[in-house]
Design a protein around this ligand. Structure first.
Ligand code: BEZ
Ligand code: FE
Length: 281
């Protein structure tokens, strides 16, 4: 039967699609033979997937969340990453890149609320050989000091809070002001939350700032800067922590530097340098 189903796709003109479907059928049938679900269990699985789809809206992506908590998003990112060289490691996109980040000027603040611990983020975008990539785009998004993204609390945060689209300067450098993000639970009010509860898993992610860096002739990287010392660095609910992405969030007590950054003294400072790999090997 498995062979018959695979054979039913034999005329698929797209070779890759044909191969993907053959493997999917092979693994799905293997899974069913292994688990031997009752009809009631299979119906319950279909109900779960249906509810997952129904929980998706313009601002909410429950299927990404499902892929995340099963470790699939992280596996796809890792398999696609180039293990060689010192290019910046990729990690999950997550479900909160749902709105366009507002374009901002170098040094701007992405904090539109004014609560939380002030933080300066500086960094550079470079090519693997070390050359600066002026004009590289740096798209950032993060939660607030209470662990919520703007789209989760439209009544408490203006749209675009915690988000910004920056262009690296002539030296490939970027800088912005923000607040230190908190660790936070992924949304648990949908089917994925139910899955975590049924399996006694906690929903927390360690504190992080998301980045997508892109430059002409280079592969864009979707990644995070994780805050060193944050709870849950060793048990991220979505398996996305990579040690190379953990950064100190140093306390700076220096009124001159604070004034230069446009921040109150003292403040925190995160340095995050990004190295992109060339488009083609
Ligand atoms: C996030 O970091 O925004 C995220 C990633 C995976 C699941 C939920 C949230
Ligand atoms: Fe996040």
């Amino acid at each position: 039967m498995t062979a018959d189903v695979i054979d039913s796709f034999r005329d698929t003109p797209d070779e890759r699609l044909r191969a993907v479907l053959a493997s999917l059928v092979d693994h799905l049938h293997g899974f069913v033979r292994d688990v031997r679900p009752t009809v009631a269990e299979w119906e319950s699985a279909i109900r779960f997937l249906t509810a997952t789809g129904q929980a998706c809206t313009a601002d909410r992506q429950e299927f990404i969340l499902l892929s995340d908590v099963l470790g699939v998003s992280s596996l796809v990112e890792t398999l696609n990453a180039d293990a060689s060289g010192d290019t910046t490691e990729a990690t999950v996109l997550g479900p909160f890149h749902v709105t366009e980040s507002p374009p901002r000027a170098d040094g701007d603040s992405i904090d539109l609320v004014g609560r939380g611990e002030p933080c300066l983020v500086t960094g550079s975008v470079r090519a693997a050989g070390g050359a600066a990539l002026p004009g590289a785009s740096v798209d950032v998004w993060q939660c607030d000091d209470e662990g919520f993204y703007d789209v989760q609390r439209p009544d408490r945060q203006p749209p675009g809070n915690g988000r910004g689209l920056f262009a690296a300067d002539e030296q490939g450098r970027f800088r912005f002001r923000t607040v230190v993000p908190s660790h936070y639970p992924i949304p648990t009010d949908g089917p994925v939350g139910e899955l975590l509860r049924r399996t006694r898993r906690h929903p927390y992610r360690p504190a992080h700032i998301h980045f997508i860096a892109a430059a002409a002739g280079h592969r864009p990287v979707t990644t995070h800067a994780f805050v060193a010392g944050s709870p849950y660095l060793d048990s991220d609910a979505v398996f996305a922590v990579k040690p190379s992405l953990i950064r100190e969030c140093a306390l700076v007590d220096d009124p001159v530097r604070a004034a230069a950054a446009g921040l109150p003294n003292p403040f925190r400072h995160v340095e995050f340098d990004i190295v992109l790999r060339p488009e083609s090997p």
